[in-house]
Write a protein that binds this ligand. Sequence first.
Ligand code: FAD
Length: 417
Amino acid sequence: MAVHDPAHLEAWRADVRQWLASVSSPKAEEVFAWGEGDPRLAIFLSMSHDEETAYLDRVRKYRRQRFDAGYGAIALPAEFGGAGLPSEYAVAFADEEREFAVPPSSEIISVTTGLVGAAVSVFGTPEQREQFATAFLRTDLLCCQLFSEPGAGSDLAGLSTKAVRDGDDWLITGQKIWSSNAQFSQYGFLLARTNTDVVKQAGITAFLVPMDAPGVEIRPIRQMSGPSSFNEVFFDGARIPDAMRIGDVDAGWKVAQATLGFERSSSGSGHRRKGGTSADLVALAQHLGASKDPVVRQQLADVYVRTRLHAAMVARVARATASGDKPGPAGSLGKLLASDNMVRIGNAAAGMLGSAMVADTGEWGQFAWAEHVLGAPGYRLAGGTDVVQRNIIAERVLGLPAEHRADKGPFSELSRS
Ligand SMILES: Cc1cc2nc3c(=O)[nH]c(=O)nc-3n(C[C@H](O)[C@H](O)[C@H](O)COP(=O)(O)OP(=O)(O)OC[C@H]3O[C@@H](n4cnc5c(N)ncnc54)[C@H](O)[C@@H]3O)c2cc1C
């Protein structure tokens, strides 16, 4: 039976369900009762280093089982170590997985498997593939993403961390920021500038960097919501062998673009839930006796409608991915809807709670909203800011004139270099 035959997909799904049942159990239906259990309103994990290590160990144990069963890199071509199935199989796996109580994935797991593991499989040399690709896809090793810099986020191609050739090695100098979970990673996937005489995109090279190499310093950043999910990473002449270069010299932009593209076709394992939902907000309004307030009622209806719109957009992106299309601007719309609704939900909760959200009165499910409100702004930035998503929608959906782009000359002639 051919893989594009619907009957093949159905039979494969049945195998997936059987396998999931052998390593996990079906998810129990969530019955919400005010005052019971953990209110789970945090957007960013708020754990000690030891708790987060234990959490990651649980996820990694499951991801190894999943890889060994052949479900680790479903849409990655077989010659690169994947199952070589069409994207609809990855979408189907994610659907089935959501029905089971498997440990929810986290950002560093998705970055390691979906982005870096796939990039090393596709762009790595045979030696690199042998040493790293399976180790990343199985999460035996974790690898953070060292792309953003203080002066290069939305404008990633403007990065200025330098890699200078020294015999068989490269010397890395500069600073990265926002490096999620770098403190739990054995490796970092780094973009560095190797040529300043060409346009900014053409002088970048990709490397794998051991995070414990001399000259690499990881400094966790304490967030206003409490945890330290992010880090600054400093490079002070860190010496990296040329054997750790991924792809050709000065071809890093191509590697970066492909890496970010893998996000769409990775098998999107269930993520933990992030922050309060519109249902949590309704429960709060009812508990506080605010559900008859006309302004609160409007807010509740508003976030509910936006929640449904977001779900419809996610389904549309999944359908496009499954049929092999690029989701295009629908991805930007989905991201914008999600981050905007997160902020609206937090604002509505803050309006109802007032001071009970900033001082812990010991009342269940009230002060906990502070973690949602303080975490939400991060999601307006992560994965491309709201404004950048709006630019994409303006240019690609509405056909408005493209932004003026002044920095088209060699990097060395730009004001930032
Ligand atoms: C939760 C989270 C996790 C992250 N994880 C990682 C990670 O693991 N690795 C990594 O490398 N990076 C990571 N990032 C960084 C992320 O990719 C950047 O924050 C993002 O690309 C924005 O870049 P910036 O923060 O430098 O903001 P800037 O690009 O400096 O933007 C500043 C402001 O200017 C606006 N702006 C920028 N360009 C334009 C424009 N052309 N037109 C109009 N307005 C504009 C922005 O919208 C924003 O309001 C993470 C960020 C967050 C919040």
